[in-house]
Design a protein around this ligand. Structure first.
Ligand code: NAP
Length: 259
């Protein structure tokens, strides 16, 4: 792959992880722009880049990766200044390609299907990247870029990427919230979250091996009304948890009734 220079807008979770991987893979990182100088300076120091709070990019930059919160993407794209042939991409699953202003001719999306948190090392090998772009040449560049850090590339349009993002909310964000609620309930029993870990590990591992729809256990799929009533009684301290328990139980029951 030809030597490419990359700049970032954003120095947060996604920008930080991508920047580290791309720098390790041999790309030159030109400039990191963030809202506060502190975060851009910290990231820039790790990859010999310049840092700034000004969205003006050097002509040497071939690709600008915009990794800012979804509600900032449009204003950043409308403000940034770069050479006319610079490829500008955002990393959002739920934001379409139509948000790019007219003056940005080469544009795209590089959406990594992963959950990024500060201080957590991400394994990029086989990480799915969902790519969309304005032209074939940009698609090829983004494909090479994703593959150079070990990623697996899927080409898709904005509508299908939004569905992938929605699936990720169910599979990852909602699962994690259930773990949070499970942890809180565990602590009411006087035990720590550690006692749950083998169960959680087997739940995820079994869903991967057998598929989740073949792995469901528990009172809802058994239609065990007696146990369900006892659980609802135990949850009388929290109308919110009772509501969630009833709704998920109903969803499981309905799901397996259909089959
Ligand atoms: N987090 C994930 O798991 C994940 C996964 C896949 C895709 N994404 C997508 O990736 C994008 C970035 O998410 P993130 O989680 O990395 O966000 P984040 O950790 O909150 O970081 C956002 C960064 O944007 C900077 N920023 C905000 N407004 C700016 C502006 N006007 N000009 C320049 N920089 C600005 C912030 O600067 P400061 O540092 O100065 O505050 C910060 O560095 C989003 O589109 C998100 O949907 C996220």
């Amino acid at each position: 792959m030809a030597q490419l220079n990359i700049s970032f807008t954003g120095a947060g979770r996604v920008a930080g992880a991508l920047c580290n991987e791309l720098y390790k893979a041999g790309f030159v990182i030109d400039l990191i722009v963030s809202e506060s100088e502190k975060s851009s300076r910290l990231l820039a120091n790790t990859c010999k880049a310049l840092c700034s709070t000004n969205l003006k990019f050097p002509d040497s930059t071939d690709i600008i990766i915009v990794a800012v919160p979804d509600n900032r993407i449009i204003s950043v794209l409308n403000t940034l200044k770069c050479a006319p042939d610079t490829l500008v991409v955002h990393t959002s699953g739920s934001t379409g390609i139509e948000v790019f202003p007219e003056n940005i001719k080469r544009k795209g999306i590089l959406y990594p299907l992963q959950t990024f948190s500060r201080g957590r090392k991400i394994i990029f090998k086989d990480l799915p990247f969902f790519i969309e772009s304005s032209d074939n040449q940009s698609s090829d560049i983004l494909k090479d870029l994703a593959e150079s850090v070990g990623g697996k590339v899927y080409f898709t349009d904005s509508e299908h990427r939004r569905l992938i993002h929605l699936s990720a909310v169910f599979a990852s964000n909602f699962t994690n919230h259930m773990l949070t609620l499970g942890k809180e309930l565990t602590s009411r029993s006087g035990f720590t979250f550690d006692v749950m870990k083998p169960l959680i590990e087997e739940t995820i591992s079994k869903a991967m091996d057998l598929d989740p729809e073949n792995s469901q256990t528990g009172p809802a799929i058994r239609n065990d009304h007696n146990t369900i009533e006892k659980h609802l009684e135990l949850l009388s301290f929290s109308p919110e948890l009772k509501r969630i328990y009833s709704e998920i139980t109903r969803s499981i029951t309905e799901h397996y009734k259909k089959q």
